[in-house]
Design a protein around this ligand. Sequence first.
Ligand code: NDP
Length: 244
Amino acid sequence: MLAGKTALVTGGSRGIGAAIALRLAELGADVAITYASAKDRAEEVVGQITATGRRGLAIAADNTDSAALLEAVDRTAAELGGLDILVNNAGIFPSGVIGEVSEEEVDRTLAVHVRAVYLASQAALKHMPEGGRIISIGSNLAERVPFPGVALYAMSKAALLGFTRGAARDLGPRGITVNLVQPGPTDTDMNPAGADGADYQRSITALGHFADPREIAETVAHLASPGARNITGSVITVDGGTNA
Ligand code: NDP
């Protein structure tokens, strides 16, 4: 389905990003991933990608370092021979009620979740042909916030709704689609299904369980596929019905 395509997944060393990178490779794409600090885990993911028979590449690039991020985009295109699919996935989870959160945390969160998404997408466009895909990973909390302590996180993810819709309009004439996937509770290091607070998150889903990261990856894989060529400016929430 993705044979001959190349992809870059930011924050692909763990969790949802690793599952997306592996799924895209299983479907035939060559895949580069970025990571902030987990070099060993990134190399493990590259090992899993190459085990599928595809090419993999791990690049250290913190989303707050725009020079490193833009270099990662260019390096992906140079080493893998183009860039068809960009997945803006890298993320952090700042928490604290308003009044407790520092200015540095505000700046860092907006840099990782908003500024980097815009700049990486802009850089990717230099390489992206017709049929290109920009897919960002937001959060169901962008649209409904059922508990306190996440205003900054929700604000940063809400920016992706505007980005997705606006960029879809800009890039439609080039045949490039731009979409947003909004996970809900998903079992990763960021939000372990066995941690304190997990039962509460389960209780506000409709289905009663966390997602497996591979379930988020399936939605991304569909949006990346040729069959999704008419989906753009769309938001798909994969949250077990939390926002229902
Ligand atoms: P994890 O914490 O498991 O993984 C985060 C990934 O992002 C890692 O690869 C990490 O790299 C990378 N990363 C973190 N900070 C930076 C940075 N500054 N620059 C570059 N890379 C960075 O998170 P998840 O897999 O759970 O989250 C993935 C995305 O899904 C995020 O955008 C998150 O907000 C979103 N999401 C997650 C939900 C959940 O319940 N898990 C729910 C809703 C949305 P390294 O390994 O080097 O640290």
